[in-house]
Structures are given as structure tokens and as C-alpha cells.
Design a binder for this molecule. Structure first.
Ligand code: ARG
Length: 463
């Protein structure tokens, strides 16, 4: 940058000594918030257009500023812009360059605004678009999960509680559980949009301004739905940041849970799925190994997402109103959370396309652990007008018998069953069939094949 008086920081008239190099290093946020350059320029353009409309600046000055800002945008996009830590953040870096390009008239751009409202405006615009991008990725995740579910409606596996065989379910039903979660994640992100849609621009440092500005105009220009109500609240709070970080955390947690399950299922002990070579890594010493590192990456990253949420909550809890430097960290935190989730969703989609259920093993495992015992108890209630508790006890006795004889429930003969409960007839044996068991759960939301197919169709039609 050329040597002129604008090569100094803005406050040198007041603050005579140079900021210590150490403070410049730690206090500058340019390495982080340069990512907001487009948003910063868009909102500055809207701001000067409003200033002109309100006759606060002239037509000529407005045009000059807009010309300069657009030039800066191109310079930054083309990596031709020299960012300087001395100018602290993206706002001052841009303003300084504007002076170099258009001269003294650049000084009009900061009329009736402060960096305090400027940064939140940029940030909200950025978070809105990040939210939409995450939702697009969630959309793809849901689609991939649905496709896998569609291929596996009749794939029977053990449903677990406490990681013990509980009742047989369709693998598709299990996958559809995650479709519900990802769909709620999408809604959670969407719900944040209402607060994000309030325009901060024009509240200035903390009090509003005595200039006759039109906040509705910039609101419209920048695609917000209304101006924020209270200037102090606007520059102080970062609850919209927390909303985003929380939504990221919940989504990362959902991904972490399915990753953990797939890790367990991929283990040699369970062997319920096969991961393709694309998503495993080898060992440096054990030649036979194929490790599910990507899944472990997904499980681990939920930790950083929670960490970011807690960092922001902690930063906020002791800050009096209104703006304090502590708040500057919000950008770094959110960018990290966003980038992590974007990576996790992309990696997870890669995993979804690169694993296959081991149907044979799923069925075999489903056929152990007396998994149809509850079906037997239900049968007794329905066919022999017993109370459920009585049927439960009889079934437990039958399970004990099977265990003693080292047989599965469907290997018991009717004569053996009759020893425990004489009213039983051959008809009862059908309840031990896994397909029957799964398909009998026709209650809304249950695992019957028809239910699953309908749910898949419903989601496929949804957009
Ligand atoms: N870079 C600052 C931030 O991100 C912008 C606001 C600065 N305002 C101030 N009063 N120092 O928080």
C-alpha cells in the first residue's frame, strides 16, 4: 500500500502511540473475518444507497463509493488485495483501501453506522447463507438414506435396546429413524432463520443515530424481513450465533450416533455391514486391517461442535451490555463449527454410498436371543384372552425352557410348549417367524413393511 496519511490506523489522532505488536497480533481478526468480505461490501453498498436516498450523501459520492467497493470486491476475489493486520478487521481493511481508490470521499461511507452494527449485519447474512447450504447437504443426506432404505425394506435385523437383541426390525426402518432426525435438523436450522432475518444495520454503536436513516430500506435491500427493535440488544446479543452452534451440535450428534453404530456393526464381532475400501484405512503394522477411520472421524467431530457451543455460551455469560471485544471470537467459533459440519455431512454421504448391509448375518443375529418372545406374549393376549402380565410370565417360562434345552424359540416343539402352557396349539409357531414379527407391527410408526414403504414414499415426494 502507498504511503499516505491513510496508511495509519483510524484512531491515531487520538491514540498517539502505536498499538503494541503483540496486541496487533492477537487483537486483529482479519485472518478470520476476511471471509466476510462479500457480505461486508454488499451491506456497505446498501448503506450508501440508503444514505443517498435520505439525502445524507450526494449522488456523486454514493457512486464513487460503490465503484470503489466493487473494485475492492474484485481485488479480493482475485487474490489481489493486501490484507493488513494493522487495520484489525475486514471493515477497516476495506475502508482503508477505499480511501486509496477514491480518496477523501471514502470518509462518507461510515456515516450513521459503526463496526458494531456492521459486523452483525455481515455475520447474519453469512449465517443465513451457511444455513441454506447446510440444509442442501441435509437434503442430500436424507435422499441417500432414503435410497438405502428403499433397497432394504425386507432386510431383517435385530432391533437393539441396551445393545441386546430386543425385537426384530427392518433395516430400512432403522435407517428411516435417521431420516426423521435429519429432517428435524433441517427444521431446526430453518427455525433459526426468523431471528436471523432481523436487520441490525443502522443501530450504529449502541444507541441508534441522529441521522435520518431509513432502516426499512436497507432491510429490503439486504433481504431481511424487518429491522431489529432495540439498538442495545442488537449490538450486544449473539443468541443467533448460539442457535446456529446448537443446531450444528445436534446434527453432529446425530451423525456421531449413526457413525458409532456403524463402527459397532462393522466390527468382527457383529459383522453386520461391509464398508467398501473407499472408506477404510489400513494399519502400519497389521497387514490384515481395514479400519473404519472415517466413521471415527464423524464420531469424534461432535466433540468439537459441542466445544464451540460451550465456548460461545461461556464468552457471553458475563458480558455486560453492549459491545465488548470478547464478542469478536464469535466468527472463528462459528466458522469452525460450520466447516466441521459441512465436512461431516459430506463424509457421511460418502459412507452412505459405500457400505452394504450383510443381510445374511443380520438375519442370523436376528434369529438369536429369543428375539420373538414379545410376539409370543402378544399372541397369548390376543388369542387366549390373557392379561399381558400373565402372558409375559408364561413367555418368560418358555424362554427359560428354551435356554435350558439350548434351543431357539422356533426350535421348540409344540409338545414342549404345551408343557408350560397347555392351551397352546400349533398355530402359535407362526409368531416365531421373523418376517411375520416385523410385518405385524402395523401400528402407525411401526416397522411393518407397508408402513416403511409409505414413509419412504412420503419423504420422496417431499421437497
Ligand atoms: N471486528 C469486530 C468484531 O468482530 C467488529 C466490531 C468492532 N467494534 C469495536 N467497537 N471494537 O467484533
Amino acid at each position: 500500500m502507498t504511503k499516505n496519511k491513510n496508511n495509519k490506523t483510524i484512531w491515531t489522532t487520538r491514540i498517539k502511540k502505536n498499538t503494541s505488536t503483540l496486541f496487533q497480533k492477537v487483537g486483529s481478526s482479519i485472518d478470520v473475518d476476511r471471509r466476510l468480505y462479500k457480505e461486508d461490501i454488499i451491506s456497505s453498498i446498501a448503506h450508501v444507497e440508503m444514505l443517498f436516498k435520505q439525502k445524507i450523501i450526494t449522488f456523486k459520492i454514493k457512486n464513487k463509493i460503490i465503484y470503489g467497493l466493487n473494485k475492492i470486491k474484485n481485488e479480493i476475489s482475485n487474490n489481489k488485495f493486501e490484507f493488513n493486520k494493522k487495520y484489525e478487521d475486514i471493515h477497516i481493511n476495506i475502508e482503508k483501501r477505499l480511501f486509496q481508490i477514491i480518496g477523501e470521499e471514502a470518509g462518507f461511507v461510515h456515516t450513521a453506522r459503526s463496526r458494531n452494527d456492521q459486523i452483525i449485519t455481515d455475520f447474519k447474512i453469512w449465517i443465513k447463507s451457511a444455513t441454506n447450504k447446510i440444509n442442501d447437504l441435509l437434503e442430500i443426506t436424507i435422499k441417500n438414506t432414503l435410497n438405502l432404505a428403499q433397497d432394504n425394506v425386507r432386510t431383517i435385523m435385530p432391533g437393539f435396546t441396551h445393545l441386546k437383541n430386543a425385537q426384530p426390525i427392518s433395516f430400512a426402518h432403522y435407517l428411516m429413524a435417521y431420516v426423521e432426525m435429519f429432517n428435524r435438523d433441517k427444521k431446526r436450522f430453518n427455525n433459526n432463520l426468523e431471528n436471523l432475518n432481523e436487520n441490525p444495520l443502522g443501530v450504529a454503536a449502541l444507541t441508534g443515530t441522529s441521522f435520518n436513516i431509513d432502516r426499512n430500506y436497507t432491510t429490503k435491500k439486504l433481504g431481511f424481513s424487518k429491522p431489529t427493535n432495540n439498538s442495545v440488544d442488537t449490538v450486544s446479543d449473539r443468541d443467533f450465533v448460539l442457535d446456529f452452534l446448537y443446531s450444528v451440535s445436534v446434527c453432529a450428534m446425530h451423525i456421531s450416533r449413526i457413525a458409532e453404530e456403524l463402527i459397532i456393526w462393522n466390527s468382527d464381532a457383529f459383522n453386520l455391514i461391509n464398508l467398501s475400501d473407499k472408506v477404510v484405512t489400513g494399519s502400519s503394522i497389521m497387514p490384515q486391517k481395514k479400519n473404519p477411520d472415517l466413521l471415527e472421524y464423524l464420531r469424534g467431530k461432535s466433540g468439537s461442535a459441542y466445544g464451540n457451543l460451550f465456548a460461545m455460551l461461556t464468552i457471553l455469560k458475563g458480558i455486560p451490555l453492549s459491545y465488548y471485544k470478547d464478542l469478536q471470537d464469535d466468527k472463528e467459533i462459528i466458522f469452525r463449527s460450520n466447516d466441521t459440519l459441512v465436512n461431516c455431512l459430506s463424509v457421511f454421504n460418502e459412507v452412505l454410498r459405500n457400505f452394504k448391509p450383510n443381510k445374511k448375518q443380520m438375519l442370523e443375529l436376528a434369529n438369536s436371543g429369543y428375539i420373538t418372545a414379545t410376539d409370543l406374549a402378544d399372541y397369548l393376549v390376543k388369542n387366549h384372552s390373557m392379561s399381558f402380565r400373565k402372558a409375559y410370565q408364561i413367555t418368560a417360562n418358555i424362554v427359560n425352557l428354551a435356554e435350558k434345552k439350548n434351543k431357539k424359540l422356533d426350535q421348540l416343539k409344540i409338545s414342549e410348549l404345551k408343557k408350560i402352557e397347555p392351551i397352546l396349539t400349533e398355530d402359535v409357531l407362526k409368531v416365531f417367524d421373523l418376517n411375520n414379527s416385523v410385518n405385524s407391527k402395523k401400528s402407525f410408526g411401526g416397522t411393518s413393511f407397508d408402513n416403511i414403504k409409505k414413509m419412504i414414499m412420503k419423504y420422496k415426494k417431499m421437497k
